[in-house]
Design a protein around this ligand. Sequence first.
Ligand SMILES: Nc1ncnc2c1ncn2[C@@H]1O[C@H](COP(=O)(O)OP(=O)(O)O)[C@@H](O)[C@H]1O
Ligand SMILES: [Mg+2]
Length: 709
Amino acid sequence: MKIPFLNTKKTATLPPPVPQKPGSTNVTSSPTPLKEGIKTADIKINTKEAKVDKAVNTFSAGVTDIKDIIAPASIYVDFNHLKIGNKFYRSFFISGYPRYVGANWLTSLINFEHPVELSMFYYPIEAKGVLEDLRKKITEFQATLSTDRENGKVMDPKVEAALKDALALQDKLVKGVERFFQFSFYITIPADSLEELDNTTKMLQGVLGALLIVAKESTLQMEQAFQSTIPLCVDKMLYVRNMDTSSIATTFPFTSSELTRNEGILYGINKHNGSLIIFDRFSLENANSCIFATSGAGKSYLVKLEILRSLMFGTECIAIDPEREYKSLSEAVGGEFIEFSENSASKINPFDIPTTDNQEGGELAENALGSKILSLHSLFKIIFGNMSNTEEAILDKAIVETYRLKGIGPDPKTHANESPIMEDLYKVLLGMDEPESKNLSARLERYVKGSLAGIFNQRTNIKLDNPFTVFSVRNLEDVLRPIAYYIILDFIWTKVKMKMKKRLLVVDEAWYLMTHEDSAYFMYSIAKRARKYYLGLTTISQDVNDFLNSEHGQVIITNAAIKILLKQSPSSIDRLSEVFHLSEGEKRLLLSVGIGEGLFFAGNNHVAMQVVASKEEHKIVTTNPEEVLKKQAGIKEAELKSEITAGRALNQEDKPKTEPINEEVVNKTLEQVQEPSNSIENTNVKDNVSKTAESKPSQELKKNTIALE
Ligand SMILES: Nc1ncnc2c1ncn2[C@@H]1O[C@H](COP(=O)(O)OP(=O)(O)O)[C@@H](O)[C@H]1O
Ligand SMILES: [Mg+2]
């Protein structure tokens, strides 16, 4: 056995310890008792050393040391205060504590507006003795209660509560769940005058009263109480209160938590201590994030800020936007805003097969058709709703046939051929013999010939090459949104796999995808594989239950490295608290917080956060109708001004072709329009911003000049 062996070795080689007089600092000055085995020579040396030490002591007594320098000349000890130099001090001891406390309950005392000296002493106590005392106490309480019962009296609720506490504590101590401590707490307040001392005393007692703490002036024991609060670590009062581990843990005064990294972008301000929450999503185990809150809590606002800040660090961003609210952001940074609707020019053909030429580390080309067909199956399940097994088999046959008719087969070389569109599949289904195929083609007709043909029956004509691309689906009906979300996501995911880049993909109102098992699975598979392609998936939803009810939705939540909860509704808070392990206090916080406030989770840690934006950022990302109108009015005014300036410049002299425009006035007007560019530092984005901000009015100017000519 290892430990006994070490022990014997130690005792064998080390000399026996020299006994020490408790409290004495100078060991050799006390006569060393004679022990067997110690030679007379040793004793001689010891007595010699003692003599030297004595001489040193005598000498040092006459020398000024640190204590002499810092000690006051005198201390005036009064009935209920001390006076040291020109300062007055009053000390308190705590004699009563509240029955229930939460974590960090001493904050208001720590943040007391007047300087205070606090000292806390923790004494660990052996459980054995405590258990005996507890048993006695419990018997006492039980006896009191049973006597009351026998005498027909109403039982004393205080005794009942004490008995319950004692039994619970006994149980925990026996099991070793809790340990036992004694705790003492003293406070000293300094002041410049007696009057100030009295005022501060009242204030302090007010604060303590609010905490249900009973504090008493240590009348006639001012000196001892004062000594207990200076940093000497001596408790001269010994006024203790019994506490178990969990209660004593709550007295730890500095529970404000930091959650920040050295690099990354700002998410918000830590509400505990005002520090910044800075994170680089790509440095975590995955770059996914989930944001949940009620409508109007500030989810999109937060994400738009994140996009704006990420763009500065060269991260490409893609967003699916159901509310058309990313438009002003896209304009500000020179992004591409793609409207996905019947009449818009932008189209995506769900039948496109990813071409292999620029596939860097992407999926194997041989499998491209196979995985495309699988993804089409999921799409048709969303379009058709439920399908029978026969229908699925027929659909599969029809899809393969549709590709074959276009000359596309498993051979990657054929994938370069023009891909089919929805209409081709419709025709194949029509031409098939099985009765189910007629049924399927009838259900598909709406998407090929009907009102929806403009969206789903077209060739792809968009690219994903802007640093910021937004897909807006606001003009689609609610029933079509899951389909559109799926097609867009599939398109983006295919592009993401083709070329690896640092990217963020934002899916706003992602609950649309949770309404179908297949789209939920798709979202889940993107979340799972995103890290491999340097992609961070941001999932935003106002409906937590949709996510929690779906098996895949739950995994998306639990596996995201960053999670943000803003204001919640009472109907979802209980389920959320199960998934996020929220405490009662956090639950209450989430129910009552204002816009842009909530909890930020990174891994296992979380802090309360306040989302903040600079003035310039706010102008770009806000969707507050009043502010948006004001901004539009501002731009219109500026345009009007520039028109007038241009007109005046032309009227002043009758030579419009040669006359230059009054540059000074135009520049001023441009400055007014160019609000958003200030906060953006990255040159790329800045260029874009100034380009978009400048180009509009200057184009307008050019137009006017030409028109007037
Ligand atoms: N941190 C914030 N500071 C100031 N205004 C905010 C903040 N967060 C949101 N807002 C404003 O609150 C409104 C709702 O925000 P929004 O992000 O659209 O909510 P959600 O997407 O959660 O429905 C918008 O007008 C937005 O400008
Ligand atoms: Mg929103």
